[in-house]
Design a binder for this molecule. Structure first.
Ligand code: SAM
Length: 238
C-alpha cells in the first residue's frame, strides 16, 4: 500500500468514527484518562484564550471540555461522521474541512489558540497546515500541538522520519483498517515549527504514571515577529 496517502488516513477515520467516538467518550484510552487529556486542557487554559480552534477535533471532546471555560470554541475535522457526532453532542461550532482546505481559506476568523491533539498524522497535509496556521491565529496567539512522543512511538524501527503502518493494538476487535501515519523525530518536529515561521515557547513531556515513560510531547509556539510582519505585509499589499 506504499506510498501512503492522506486518503487512506481519511478512509480509516471514517470507517472507525463510531468505534473511536465510543472509545473516547467512555474513557477507554488509559493514557488519555490518566495524563494527556488534562495536559492539553491545562496547556490551553494557561494562555488564557478567548477563542480556541481544535484542528482535527474528531468527535469533539476537547471542544466540549473547554466550552464553559473559553468564550468561543470550535472544531474542524475532515470526517463528516465525526463532525456529525460532535455537533450532536454540542459545546461549540463544528466544521468539515481537511488541512489542505483550511490552508486554502475554508475557515473564517482568527483564534487565540489553534490546537492539534493527536491529529497530525500525515506528511504533506501536516506541513501544509503548519504553513497555514499563522494566517488563522490572532495576534499573539499560540499554536499548541500534542502528539505521540517519538521516543515511545518509534518502537523498534529506525529513529528517522518516515511513513509507518498503523495499528489498532489494544483498541479491541471493532476497529478496522488502521490509518498509516508519518513518524517524525523530535528534532524534525522542532524544525517543522521553525521552518513554518514559529518560535517554540515551551516543550513538555507528560509522563505516564504507570509506565514512567512520556505519554506525549506538547509543543507551544507563537508566530515569529518576522513572520507576523510578512503576513501583515501580504495582507496590506492586497
Ligand atoms: C487520533 S484522532 C484525534 C481526534 C481528536 N483530536 C481527539 O483528541 O480525540 C485524529 C483526527 O485527525 C483527523 N485528521 C487527520 N488528518 C486530517 C486532515 N488532513 N484534515 C482534517 N482532519 C484530519 C482525523 O479525521 C481524526 O479525527
Amino acid at each position: 500500500m506504499y506510498p501512503f496517502s492522506d486518503e487512506q488516513i481519511f478512509d480509516s477515520w471514517s470507517k472507525n468514527a463510531c468505534q473511536w467516538s465510543e472509545a473516547v467518550r467512555k474513557g477507554k484510552i488509559e493514557s488519555r484518562r490518566l495524563v494527556t487529556n488534562d495536559a492539553i486542557v491545562e496547556a490551553i487554559l494557561k494562555r488564557p484564550p478567548q477563542s480556541v480552534l481544535d484542528v482535527g477535533c474528531g468527535e469533539g471532546w476537547l471542544v466540549r471540555e473547554l466550552a464553559d471555560k473559553v468564550a468561543h470554541v470550535s472544531g474542524v475535522d475532515v470526517v463528516p461522521g465525526l463532525i456529525e457526532r460532535a455537533q450532536n453532542a454540542g459545546g461549540g461550532s463544528f466544521y468539515v474541512a481537511s488541512y489542505d482546505e483550511i490552508a486554502r481559506g475554508a475557515l473564517d476568523g482568527l483564534s487565540d489558540v489553534v490546537v492539534c491533539n493527536f491529529s497530525l498524522l500525515g506528511k504533506e497535509s501536516v506541513e501544509t497546515l503548519f504553513k497555514a496556521v499563522p494566517s488563522i491565529l490572532a495576534p499573539n496567539g499560540a499554536f499548541i500541538v500534542q502528539t505521540l512522543h517519538p521516543l515511545v512511538s518509534c518502537g523498534n524501527s529506525p529513529y528517522q522520519d518516515g511513513w509507518r503502518e498503523g495499528s489498532w493494538d489494544g483498541f479491541g476487535p471493532d476497529f478496522t483498517d488502521p490509518a498509516p501515519w508519518y513518524f517524525r523525530t523530535l528534532s524534525s518536529w522542532v524544525t517543522l515549527f521553525q521552518s513554518s515561521g514559529f518560535r517554540l515557547l515551551e516543550v513538555s513531556e507528560p509522563v505516564h504514571p504507570k509506565t514512567h515513560k512520556p505519554a506525549s510531547v506538547i509543543f507551544i509556539a507563537e508566530v515569529t515577529a518576522n513572520n507576523s510582519l510578512q503576513l501583515g505585509a501580504d495582507v496590506s499589499a492586497e
